[in-house]
Design a protein around this ligand. Structure first.
Ligand code: ADP
Ligand code: MG
Length: 692
């Protein structure tokens, strides 16, 4: 075991030259060996491990403990009693292995001079070889039916590490205990880990060797050591990500776009046509993107602002900048409903300005598509625009991706062309995360919505009092307001969801909302039907829209001031915030009522989510809470390469580490070496544009 060496390293970060040499040449290829090369891992266990994402020895070594057991007191063996967890230390007298049905039990007699005890390990038969008579051990566990029931242990000389036993993310099929044993079996192989960091960088950043860090996260001497080790591994991750991003950014800088020069006549008319003055934030975003568009380097800018903050107005400005240069703009949305919404929002304005604007839908025929592809401004889903539609002369693309970053989609769209690209997101990304994901992407932020918006009063209501919510709703409807009722989110097909929504609408028409005009919006409606339904709702021919999450984004009806979300605990925080953004769009006070099962029946995170929504209207703060609850990878969706792979970095927490990694990445630049190879491997298959 590497304990003794590691100690030197961690204690002596100041004197790296004193680090002991590696006992033998590392053989990194051994880390890629499948897990059934470990003792006692057969096909069944191998399959279960694969479900946890653990396939190679390296995976196991890099399996981060979720937490560590707190320390327990060390007691003399003679004083063992009760069933509290304790630590004992002593020497092995003898060892034996026996079987009991499917159980293999290794038992060792341990003596510490005060008394002896039989310590038992379950299903770790390989331990018998390590527990030779005379070997020193330190064990953590408690008295049990087979003597001392060992939970974690150290074998051999060296400091105690069994105290802070790691607790791994486990599954139903594999216990945390089993994982601990497997990691222990894999741990000697850390000697095969080659350090990707140049020694000089490691010294300067005062980081321990990678193999020592890996050993230490599984067997820390104390929590501080575990944290030092985690930070080393997090540094590697962040550095790799930054090197990869920097390399892609450099490639991008070499591609060419058309300069769109200075703002012209068309956007001046556009400004005059708007029924309001732009806010200072919108003005600044426009200045920033105008500067980008004047260059021949393709723009890569993220426009970030809460729902309703007025991004669409800025997006259309960018599209018109293409049009006034005789070229074409495209607005891409993640869903068909949102694409239609965008189209409805901008079509009238475009008409007024004499700009042709077309919607590309999945139901458009080939000829319609070909015509649409000629329009000045084309609106459609990411998928549609990428699938074989030859746009006439794309110069500016606006990608409205909300919080779903479809890497492949963006990549495909931009193949072979270099348009200026403006990404819009309504999920404010905490700055650290934006840096991590987007690297050098420029960010424009609309930090405050137009003054007319009031925070939405949000209440969390248990199901048994749901009738009160509907009573309140009915009162507001009689006052002339309109409302949304959002149906529960279930893991089901669009068709099932649609049917459930229809049934719920029917039920509400018969009961809680009798006498009101109730429409139903779901993903199974034909585009024309959906458009008509939305138009009727907007025209106040309907009082209530019962809907699935298709209304999550883009729907804009200022007179709709109430939203009831059924089984709100099933939704994610960002999603609920998006949904809530459909109300509070006019001058009237708006309400969002989150209905869920009783508080006690919900998981702790579900409770935190719902409470956070009641307490907080700032999307930025909510995004941070979400990030804490779910981790960065989850927030961005699993497909975002690189970020979803972050295992050791804690994005909010490691801001300083991230800045250091960025600086190091700039320094390393394109110096060939194992680090660069790893960075390229990390981003293999991800188009450069996807990261831009
Ligand atoms: P987002 O796309 O950020 O969700 P929108 O651009 O859809 O926000 O704007 C939300 C609403 O606010 C729309 O009804 C829009 O017309 C209105 N709006 C946008 N900018 C302003 C402004 N500067 N002053 C007043 N209202 C505005
Ligand atoms: Mg919008």
């Amino acid at each position: 075991m590497t304990t003794a060496r590691r100690q030197t390293v961690f204690a002596g970060l100041d004197q790296p030259e004193s680090w002991p040499p590696t006992p033998r040449a590392p053989r990194p290829e051994r880390l890629d060996a499948a897990l059934d090369t470990l003792p006692r891992v057969g096909p069944a266990l191998k399959r279960k491990l694969a479900k946890l994402g653990l396939e190679t020895v390296r995976d196991l070594l890099e399996h981060r403990p979720r937490r560590y057991e707190p320390a327990v007191p060390e007691v003399p063996i003679a004083a063992l009693a009760g069933d509290e967890e304790v630590a004992i230390a002593g020497r092995v007298l003898n060892v034996s292995t026996r079987r009991r049905g499917r159980l293999t039990i290794v038992t060792a007699r341990i003596s510490d001079g005060t008394a002896t005890v039989s310590a038992s390990w379950f299903n770790q038969p390989w331990l018998a070889d390590q527990l030779e008579p005379g070997v020193r051990v330190r064990l953590r566990g408690k008295p049990g039916p087979f003597g001392f029931d060992v939970r974690s242990y150290d074998v051999g000389e060296g400091e105690a590490t069994a105290d802070f036993a790691p607790v791994y993310p486990a599954s139903e099929e594999i216990s945390a205990q089993k994982l601990r044993a497997l990691v222990a079996a894999a741990l000697p192989r850390v000697d095969d880990v080659v350090d990707p960091l140049p020694a000089e960088l490691r010294d300067r950043e005062r980081l321990p060797l990678k193999r020592d860090a890996l050993a230490a996260i599984h067997r820390p001497e104390d929590p501080d050591e575990a944290e030092i080790a985690r930070r080393r591994l997090a540094f590697d991750e962040l550095l790799l990500l930054q090197v990869g991003i920097a390399r892609r950014a450099a490639e991008r800088e070499r591609s060419l776009a058309a300069s769109l020069g200075e703002p012209g006549e068309l956007v001046r008319r556009y400004r005059r046509a708007l029924p309001f003055a732009l806010t200072p934030y919108q003005e600044r975003a426009i200045r920033e993107l105008d500067a980008d568009l004047a260059r021949t380097v393709p723009m890569r800018r993220l426009l970030q602002g809460d729902v309703g903050s007025g991004k669409t107005v800025v997006a259309l400005y960018a599209l018109l900048r293409a049009v006034e240069n005789g070229r074409q703009g495209a607005l891409m949305a993640p869903t068909e409903t949102l694409a239609e919404q965008h189209f409805l929002t901008i079509a009238d304005l475009c008409l007024e300005l004499g700009v042709t604007c077309a919607l590309l839908t999945s139901s458009s025929r080939k000829r319609e598509r070909e015509t649409a592809a000629q329009a000045d401004v084309v609106v459609g889903t990411h998928a549609l625009i990428q699938e074989g539609v030859e746009l006439r002369d794309l110069a500016v693309a606006v990608v409205d991706e909300q919080h779903r970053f479809g890497v492949e989609q963006r990549a495909a769209l931009l193949q072979g062309r270099a348009p200026h690209v403006l990404h819009m997101t309504a999920t404010p990304i905490p700055r650290t995360l934006a840096l991590t994901v987007y690297g050098d992407l420029a960010v424009s932020e609309i930090a405050r919505p137009p003054a007319s918006r009031k925070p939405v009063v949000t209440r969390w209501i248990p199901e048994e009092r749901a009738s009160e919510a509907y009573t309140r709703l009915a009162r507001l409807l009689r006052e002339g307001r309109q409302a949304y009722v959002v149906c529960p989110l279930v893991e089901a097909s669009e068709t099932t969801l649609a049917r459930a929504a229809e049934e719920e609408a029917e039920r509400l028409r018969a009961h809680e909302l009798r006498g009101f005009r109730v429409g139903c919006l779901h993903g199974r409606l034909k585009p024309a039907e959906r458009r008509e339904l939305m138009a009727r709702f907007k025209a106040r021919e309907l009082d209530v829209l019962v809907a699935t999450t298709v209304i999550e984004v883009g729907v804009d009806v200022p007179n709709a001031t109430v939203m009831i979300v059924q089984e709100a605990d099933r939704f994610g925080l960002a999603q609920l915030h998006q949904l809530r953004g459909r109300v509070g769009r006019g001058a009237e006070q708006s309400y969002c009522l989150l209905v869920s099962r009783a508080r006690e029946e919900l998981t702790e995170t579900a409770q935190t989510r719902l409470q956070a929504l009641c307490d907080e209207s700032d999307g930025f703060k909510l995004a941070e809470i979400d990030l804490e609850l779910r981790g960065g990878g989850a927030l961005l969706g699993t497909r975002q390469s690189g970020v979803s792979d972050l295992r050791f970095a804690r994005i909010l927490h490691d801001r300083e580490l991230l800045e250091r990694a960025r600086a190091a990445a700039r320094e390393i630049g394109a110096t060939p070496g194992p680090l660069l190879d790893e960075a390229d491997a990390l981003f293999a298959g991800v188009e450069p544009e996807a990261l831009a």
